[in-house]
Design a protein around this ligand. Sequence first.
Ligand code: DC
Length: 218
Amino acid sequence: MIIAIDGPAGAGKSTVAKRLARRLGFLYVDTGAMYRAVTLKAIENSVNIEDEAALIKMAKETNIDLTDGPEGSLTVFLDERDVSLDIREPRITKFVSDVAKIKGVREVMVGLQRKLGSQKDSVLEGRDIGTVVFPEADKKFFLDARFEERTQRRYKELAQYKKDVTEGEVAQDLSNRDNIDSTRKCSPLKKAEDAIYIDTTDMAIEEVVDRLEREVRC
Ligand code: DC
């Protein structure tokens, strides 16, 4: 069974997808983490973010693995190295949308996502899961929230990682990524026609997870 959860940054996808996967005993696949891992590798190897051919070549030669980490967290391996924390750095967030808009990079990631999802019952979370990666998913959800709420959530999340950023910077970054993610040519962020739309602005996390679980089990 495949459950697709899409939506913009800060809509609550990661937390909800992770908890839903745990409740159902499904594999949790954070597809944004994959684009972040590729971006990290590019930065570490001084690959120019505008050099599409170099980025595609690099993505093809990259090994990305996701496994369950401690206390329901996710461990992300980039070429066998644990990069779970590094990929959350603001320097990665700043460039990840530019890397994720490259068609050839997406093709490599989508291949990997389909492989992971076809091996086990899975909850996949991202921007194009219900539209492109698994258009035949058993259940599709599109999570959204008001911009101010999404900014607040991201800000608090970064504070947890003790990242030194202001709320204004988080808002700027979010607005920039919303724009790139939803206007890019290849697989832009958009709700699949058959996805269930949920505005999570005034909902508690558990409420959202309960709602999704009910939909999946019915
Ligand atoms: O969910 P996130 O913030 O970790 O995602 C990082 C970036 O990756 C986001 O700006 C858009 C991109 N992304 C994508 O294009 N397609 C996906 N399926 C998942 C993420």
